[in-house]
Unconditional design. Structure first.
Length: 87
């Protein structure tokens, strides 16, 4: 169980970091640090669980694959939400 909990924590942290990175890079699409972190963490959790199942190369890639997949998910969700933000 500790391995699964650790995997989830890595996904949440990586996703939150990805959300804040995309918010810092695209300031006009940023939703603010708190919302970028929350959406990034949610995207990280989804990305860390779904991307390895969709992309066969990520299966069995260990912690580095989890971090990468979670960061991608953490970038995508705030970016998509930011695209719908009114200027």
């Amino acid at each position: 169980m500790e391995g699964a909990l650790g995997s989830w924590l890595i996904s949440l942290v990586s996703g939150g970091a990805g959300g804040n990175i995309i918010g810092a890079l695209l300031k006009d699409k940023s939703l603010g640090p708190m919302l970028n972190t929350i959406l990034g963490a949610a995207g990280g959790a989804l990305g860390g669980q779904l991307l390895p199942k969709v992309i066969e190369g990520l299966q069995g890639s260990g912690m580095l694959g989890n971090v990468g997949a979670s960061a991608v998910g953490g970038i995508l969700i705030p970016l998509i939400a930011g695209l719908f933000k009114k200027s």
